[in-house]
Design a protein around this ligand. Structure first.
Ligand SMILES: [Zn+2]
Ligand SMILES: [Zn+2]
Length: 302
């Protein structure tokens, strides 16, 4: 269970670089280092996702993007990687883990946190190419990982200093069904249940902040799981991939209904949220939605 904090007005802001007056002892800053879109010229866009989280002395990466955008954008934003202490992987897909080998080479002290199933083979049937495509962690990244201290996260895991990862998320809702085109074998006969999918969360003065990778487990399943482990603390902010690309109208309607019911205050759809879903979120929760790209930061009071 997380400890209680006193609710105070939240300070948050966006910019394209370093925030002036950032008090690292009182503030948690989340910077999107990799995303499908960028905020400013000179930054690299990549189909993928990676966050930098700074709080006190802690400097963590959540996911590593697909290729080298993480390293390029960190340099462009004046962010060091040599003092990263923790790298958490949301799941094994290449667009979240493909930058791992490069990230590790820049972050000699980083400990790794991931679910064991993130190392399993992952495939999709690419209808455009008419053949199976491997979409798991690239072999060089899986090899680089062997040389580091790894903490496996099958269930909720304490990352220290008030940060947690969910581990496997129970599939509790009926409407958040598994993605049809993700498989555990190259013949595409065994569906990949993506048990490795996990999200990172922490408590701010206004409530919980949840960072999603792709939310293959379902956004609502993920939030329900987090609330069950935090004695139903209110959820203030959700940001990240919501994997609603192929969501049915019914799933979308139910997801939005539940987000409204949870009184989520800030919604930042990224990466694989899907344009239709993002549009629906904006239409129904315009006050909560925020446009975000790689290069932007958001701050939360501890
Ligand atoms: Zn994924
Ligand atoms: Zn993804």
């Amino acid at each position: 269970m997380l400890h209680k904090t006193i609710a105070r007005p939240r300070a948050w802001r966006q910019n394209s670089g370093v925030i002036e007056g950032f008090d690292r002892n009182r503030t948690i800053r989340v910077t999107v280092l990799v995303e499908n879109t960028v905020n400013a010229g000179g930054l690299t866009a990549e189909h993928g996702l990676a966050y930098l989280i700074e709080a006190g002395e802690r400097r963590m990466l959540f996911d590593t993007g697909q290729m080298d955008a993480l390293v390029r954008n960190a340099a462009k934003l004046g962010q060091r990687l040599d003092n990263i202490d923790t790298i958490v992987l949301s799941h094994g897909h290449y667009d979240h883990t493909g930058g791992l080998a490069l990230a590790l080479s820049h972050s000699p002290k980083a400990r790794l946190f991931l679910h064991p199933a993130a190392l399993e083979q992952k495939y999709t049937f690419d209808k455009r190419l008419g053949k199976t495509r491997s979409i798991g962690m690239p072999p060089e990244c899986a090899q680089a990982l062997q040389k580091r201290e790894v903490v496996w996260t099958p269930s909720v895991t304490d990352l220290g200093d008030g940060f947690y990862v969910t581990g496997s998320v129970p599939r509790a809702t009926t409407f958040e069904t598994a993605e049809q085109n993700l498989f555990a074998d190259p013949e595409c006969t065994r569906p990949d249940s993506l048990l490795d999918d996990q999200s990172l969360f922490f408590e701010s003065q206004e409530g919980l902040v949840v960072l999603l990778g792709c939310a293959h487990a379902g956004v609502i399943n993920t939030l329900a799981h987090i609330q069950s482990t935090t004695a139903n603390r209110p959820i203030h902010t959700i940001m990240g991939g919501m994997h609603l690309l192929n969501a049915s109208p019914d799933r979308l309607r139910q997801t939005i209904g539940r987000l409204k019911g949870l009184k989520v205050q800030k919604l930042i759809p990224l990466h694989c949220a899907g344009w239709e879903a993002t549009l629906a979120l904006w239409q129904t929760m315009p006050k909560q939605c925020v446009v975000f790209h790689a290069g932007l930061s958001i701050e939360f009071l501890r």
